[in-house]
Design a protein around this ligand. Structure first.
Ligand code: DC
Length: 220
């Protein structure tokens, strides 16, 4: 199997770029952030106190998470219920960043991610794909952009959905989440030694897709 690891901070365009690259290359796109988001969503829904290790363990014991990958894209099911549509709120974003610091949560999701890459050609995006999940990935990219650019993109995305948003608040959240993801003890966000760093601050969407497609072609 051929695997491509795309890591980077929130809002760098990992998901949308990975999706387009996957389509062009005939690979399956796996958005691992959605797995953390699904557990975060479950903890909110069931009022689980995530600072309490026992409560988190109990939640994990009672949670069956599965990933459905087909032509329509990725769906995440929790105990059989499709929660995909409920994962992209600011509340779930911050909760996902918080819950992803917990070792038991990371261990819980590791198997699903590795098994998927064993079964199909994947472009997997996340924070620790090259460093932890798929250290032998064929292509490793660290996709990044300045915090201001990332906040601006998120701002426009939310405006387009008619959500009431403030640019400064989004920038603040971006910086806070970066810090949290980079400073955590296990699997912190960082490029692996052999990752190619692609900074999309001054690149269009198409240019970002082309840059990664080129890297894949070189390795194939
Ligand atoms: O990519 P995203 O914004 O959907 O990810 C949400 C949170 O999940 C992110 O703040 C950190 C965590 N995450 C992680 O720790 N490891 C991954 N491979 C993917 C996401």
């Amino acid at each position: 199997m051929f695997s491509v690891a795309i890591d980077g901070p929130s809002g760098a365009g990992k998901s949308s770029v990975s999706k387009a690259v996957a389509k062009a290359a005939g690979f399956v796109h796996v958005d691992t952030g959605a797995l953390y988001r699904a557990l975060a969503f479950t903890s909110i829904k069931n009022s689980v106190d995530i600072s309490n290790a026992d409560a988190v363990n109990e939640m994990l014991t009672n949670t069956k998470l599965s990933l459905k990958l087909d032509a329509d894209g990725q769906k995440v099911l929790i105990n059989g219920e499709d929660v995909t549509g409920q994962l992209r709120t600011e509340q779930v974003s911050m909760a996902a960043s918080n819950i992803s610091k917990i070792p038991a949560v990371r261990a819980f999701l590791l198997d699903t991610q590795r098994k998927t890459a064993e079964e199909m050609n994947v472009i997997m995006d996340g924070r620790d794909i090259a460093t932890v999940v798929l250290p032998n990935a064929d292509v490793k990219v660290f996709l990044t952009a300045s915090p201001e650019k990332r906040a601006e993109r998120r701002y426009k995305e939310l405006l387009a959905k008619n959500e009431e948003v403030e640019y400064n608040k989004i920038l603040e959240d971006v910086i806070k989440r970066d810090r949290q993801d980079m400073e955590r003890e296990i699997a912190p966000l960082r490029p692996s030694e052999d990752s190619v760093i692609v900074d999309t601050s001054e690149m269009s969407f198409d240019e970002s897709v082309e840059a990664i497609t080129r890297l894949i072609k070189e390795r194939m």
